[in-house]
Design a protein around this ligand. Structure first.
Ligand code: IUR
Length: 450
């Protein structure tokens, strides 16, 4: 067997690994027989020289096999599905989509992450609900899926241990943005969920990992190929991530917006993503024969309230008191009798009249991060009550001095520079532009398996 320095040299010199060599590398990472400096050197060699498709697939498979691979009852064959997003500002799609899929009869073992950059991740959002416990064992996940159909939980210790090591070292060695490493990391975890079908929301734009459609397509194709290579029907939706998804950014605000969406009051852009991603999954499993039928099915279970009932049941199973879950899901909820409201709010006003042509989601996310809505280091707490609510829509005509953003903050207050940055996130155009404004749609392309 080759030594670890031999393997590092091989990739450093731009050669292609065989399956056995990748297996040796991943096992050495998992068993901790490889020194951190060696892992770092290997990550940098992979970052610089890349991997061909077969290497990427083997890396993904070996990472998946580094830990526990979940198994499901035979009767669930074809029904276990999930979605993954490459991350966006105000991205609360999972909170609406998981229960909607459960309401369509699917099983959704959604294993999510905490946020690192910008604002919180899906788990941070859910933890703003008192009692919600993201830590569930494999046996508990099975039980929740059997009784409810969906759960949104954190990664267990046993799931893809190689990724935990590699991810931390990628962060420390500036090798996060390597396509094969991203693919291995994301798809190995989904593979370990033993899914029948997976849909990916690959985002592009100024607030996304990929800054343009072209690079997002390249990543999407790699992810789709690796997912299909592991035996999951995998498709991708390419969606724009310039502004915010929906109107709310920040943990508890996003829970409120998700609950409102589940009560049938979701903003168009959020519902476009929910129905498209869900529709693609339904299509890939064969539950529907075309995308529009799939989108309608998802929309129907949201509008009809079945998805809300699933969300309520999921919250209860994951530790939320019955009365709390019921109150959050009732028609006229006083959300702030349950969720924490920030100590202070402030409204920003439009500086002139005009048409809202742009709101820079990245700027909102960066300022909110500084105000405590996100974390800079793994393990840091986030402030669930910090966030912002957009009070205008893209394409809307507004007068001067109209409130366009409500900021929710704790102490310390935002600095004048932060307020200035937020104010500059808004771009107003001329009223004449309003007629030429197209409907604001996020989904640009689909990548479906053959
Ligand atoms: N999310 C993951 O799970 N892995 C990655 O490498 C990235 C995001 I980037």
């Amino acid at each position: 067997m080759q030594s670890i320095p031999d393997l590092i040299r091989k990739k450093r010199d731009g050669e292609t690994f065989c399956d056995e060599e990748i297996k040796t590398f991943v096992e050495a990472v998992t068993n901790k027989t490889m020194q951190e400096c060696q892992i770092g050197a290997m990550l940098m060699a992979i970052w610089q020289k890349g991997m061909v498709a077969t290497e990427t697939l083997t890396l993904t498979r070996e990472m998946m096999l580094s830990g526990e691979v979940m198994s499901w009852p035979k009767e669930w064959a074809g029904l276990v599905v999930d979605k993954h997003s490459t991350g966006g500002v105000g991205d609360k799609v999972s909170l609406v989509l998981a229960p909607a899929l459960a309401a369509c009869g699917f099983k959704v073992p959604m294993i999510s992450g905490r946020g690192l950059a910008h604002t919180g991740g899906t788990l941070d959002k859910l933890e703003s609900i008192p009692g919600y416990n993201i830590q569930q064992s494999a046996a508990q996940i099975l039980e929740i899926l059997a009784s409810v159909g969906c759960c949104i939980v954190g990664q267990t210790e046993m799931l893809v241990p190689a990724d935990r090591v590699l991810y931390a070292l990628r962060d420390a060695t500036s090798t996060v943005d390597s396509l094969p490493l991203i693919t291995g990391s994301i798809i190995s975890k989904k593979g370990a969920e033993s899914l029948s079908a997976l849909v990916l929301d690959v985002k592009f734009g100024r607030a996304a990992l990929c800054k343009d459609l072209q690079s997002a397509k390249q990543l999407a194709q790699l992810l789709v190929d690796a997912g299909n290579g592991l035996g999951m029907r995998t498709g991708a939706v390419l969606s724009c991530m310039d502004a915010t998804i929906g109107r709310c950014v920040g943990n508890s605000l996003e829970v409120i917006e998700s609950l409102e969406a589940l009560k049938g009051n979701g903003p168009d852009d959020l519902m476009e993503l929910v129905t498209t991603l869900g529709g693609v999954l339904l299509l890939m499993t064969g539950a529907v024969s075309d995308l529009s039928e799939g989108r309608k099915k998802i929309s129907d279970v949201v509008i009809g309230g079945a998805a809300l009932s699933k969300f309520q049941a999921m919250m209860e199973k994951q530790g939320v008191a019955k009365e709390t879950a019921r109150a959050l899901c009732s028609a006229h909820t006083d959300y702030y009798s349950i969720l924490r409201k920030s100590k202070h709010q402030m409204e920003l006003k439009t500086p002139a009249d005009g048409v809202v042509v742009d709101v820079d989601g990245l700027v909102l996310a960066e300022v909110l991060h500084k105000l405590g809505a996100g974390r800079s280091k793994a393990g840091e707490p986030v402030n669930h009550s910090v966030g912002a609510e957009l009070l205008v829509s893209l394409g809307q005509s507004v007068g001067k001095g109209v409130s366009w953003l409500q900021l929710h903050y704790e102490d310390p207050a935002p600095t004048p520079d932060q307020i200035n940055r937020l104010q500059n996130a808004l771009t107003l155009g001329k009223h004449e532009d309003a007629q030429t404004q197209q409907k604001h749609t996020l989904v640009k392309e689909l990548l479906l398996p053959d």
